[in-house]
Design a binder for this molecule. Structure first.
Ligand SMILES: Nc1ncnc2c1ncn2[C@@H]1O[C@H](COP(=O)(O)OP(=O)(O)O)[C@@H](O)[C@H]1O
Ligand SMILES: [Mg+2]
Length: 475
């Protein structure tokens, strides 16, 4: 191989073997040859060739050849650098677009959750005051059901934005699937049969159960929609793998630092499959090919997978069906007992004074009203700072604190920390529609008395407040 600025000239059959083929094919007898370098990378050769076996190249001709090769090399390098810059620019723009969509989606979901808290809470309160045979009963039930569907959309948007991870604990993946499969069967296309192939034994992951269920719902619903009205099968498989170095090469999303072992969930359908053009866009939020689609299922799924240091793989061809494989790092601790809060009797009544803290007046108001129906008296504060001041003035005057997480001036966790310094056993139930901290610590590990995700039913609030009775008394 020639170095930069070097030339060889002479008979073609004296050239190094590897450089002989092309000139020989063109019938050249004598040749002068110099390499072209684009910056430092060898790009090719520039050559002068003659069929005349007696031709000799002058030093001036060779110098011209070297100069021409330099000019070529520089032009090629510029063109390549330009193309590379453009490629990076496009990638950056795409990333920025997705990033700002994420911020937007997260912000909208946060505000909507507050609105939905007020709608759902007020509908619950109105129903409580009505006789069961009231004609208003049905429309109020519809309001509640619709609110839950709107809340579901908010959850997808939050998941896409990488928010909404609330309670992370060790779970068994098989258990989560069995839990949700009944629910899935009723909402799926009647033509699709579901085959469950769950690996024996425990498949432990550290995860937010609600979010893992959300992924399963999204993948299985998509599979069923891809099958449509034709008969088809959905295969759900679980298992454990030790990834090799190539395992994540073709993944849609891969962990930065692969773990030694993964638990996988595979959802396979024999539905319509996807073209390359569709495959390229399915993780964009709001991208859908369905008439009534929202385009949030897969973008939310990806957000959740990232949040759990997992990986996602996709195989799909038109007419060949689709396979999604989700991998989550395997956890080694024993799964915590699933928390099954005992349903609280509707007649349960509490007593004492509750400090309700939220920057949204609507939420403050409806939560206050709901607590009053449960037998509590209520003091309201509009942000963390006001709450801490009220609490500091009379810590014994409050049975518990019901506080929003995301607030101006002093947020819920900061206010909680300050209240704890004033009074270590203060009971704080945090509520949020938006996990600004993307916290990984579980609620109880932080010393919180409870957590409510917005929007919540009156019954959920009652359960949380009832559960406070089981805690050691606040001194
Ligand atoms: N199993 C599947 N088979 C074929 N296409 C799929 C499958 N899953 C997802 N897609 C494609 O990805 C798109 C985005 O999916 P998703 O984010 O769940 O939104 P939506 O289901 O509301 O359209 C779908 O509109 C569809 O084109
Ligand atoms: Mg979907």
């Amino acid at each position: 191989m020639l170095a930069r600025g070097e030339t060889v000239h002479g008979r073609v059959d004296e050239l190094p073997f590897s450089e002989r083929a092309v000139p020989q094919a063109k019938g050249m007898q004598r040749i002068a040859l110099t390499p072209i370098f684009a910056d430092t990378a060898w790009w090719g050769f520039l050559a002068l060739g003659r069929t005349d076996a007696s031709r000799v190249w002058s030093e001036m001709e060779l110098e011209a050849l070297r100069t021409a090769a330099e000019v070529f090399g520089a032009a090629i390098y510029r063109a390549e650098a330009e193309a590379e810059r453009e490629r990076i620019q496009l990638k950056l723009q795409a990333a920025q677009k997705l990033e700002s969509l994420g911020v937007l989606a997260g912000g909208i979901a946060h505000d909507f959750n507050n609105l939905l808290t007020s709608i759902l809470g007020n509908a619950n309160l109105a129903r409580m005051d009505l006789p069961p045979d009231s004609p208003a009963e049905y429309p109020l039930q519809q309001i509640e059901a619709t609110t839950q569907r709107a809340a579901e959309l908010c959850r997808q948007m939050l998941a896409y934005a990488g928010k909404g991870r609330f309670v992370v604990r060790t779970q068994d993946l098989n258990h989560l699937i069995k839990d949700i499969i009944q629910l899935l069967r009723v909402s799926l296309s009647k033509k699709a049969s579901i085959d469950l192939e769950l690996a024996p034994g425990l498949l432990q992951v550290v995860a937010d159960a609600a979010q893992v269920r959300q992924i399963m719902m999204n993948l299985v619903l998509n599979a069923s929609e891809a099958i449509g009205d034709r008969p088809g099968r959905i295969r759900i498989t679980t298992g454990m793998i030790r990834p090799d170095s190539a395992c994540f090469d073709d993944a849609v999303c891969a962990p930065e630092q692969p773990a030694a072992e993964y638990v996988f969930l595979r959802v396979q359908d024999d539905g319509c499959g996807m073209t390359a053009a569709v495959r390229a866009r399915i993780f964009e939020p709001f991208f859908t090919t369905k008439f009534t689609g929202r385009g949030l299922g897969l973008s939310a799924t990806l957000g959740i997978v990232r949040g759990h240091q997992g990986a996602l793989k996709l195989e799909s061809e038109p007419g060949q069906g689709t396979t999604f494989t989700l991998l989550l790092p395997r956890a080694t601790e024993q799964p915590a007992e699933p928390e099954v809060p005992a349903p609280t009797a509707p007649a349960w009544q509490g007593k004492g004074n509750i400090l309700v803290v939220d920057d949204e007046a609507n939420v403050r108001h409806v939560a206050g009203r709901a607590l009053e129906t449960l037998g509590f008296t209520v003091t309201a504060a509009q942000d963390g700072r006001e709450a801490v001041e009220l609490f500091a003035a009379n810590p014994a005057g409050f049975t518990a604190v019901l506080m929003d997480l995301t607030m101006p001036r002093l947020n819920g966790l900061e206010a909680f920390a300050q209240m704890r310094q004033i009074h270590p056993s203060v009971r704080v139930v945090l509520m949020s529609g938006y996990d600004a901290q993307a916290s990984t610590a579980s609620v109880t590990a932080r010393g919180l008395a409870g957590f409510l995700s917005k929007p919540f039913e009156l019954a959920k609030l009652r359960e949380q407040m009832r559960a406070l009775d089981d805690l050691p008394p606040q001194l």
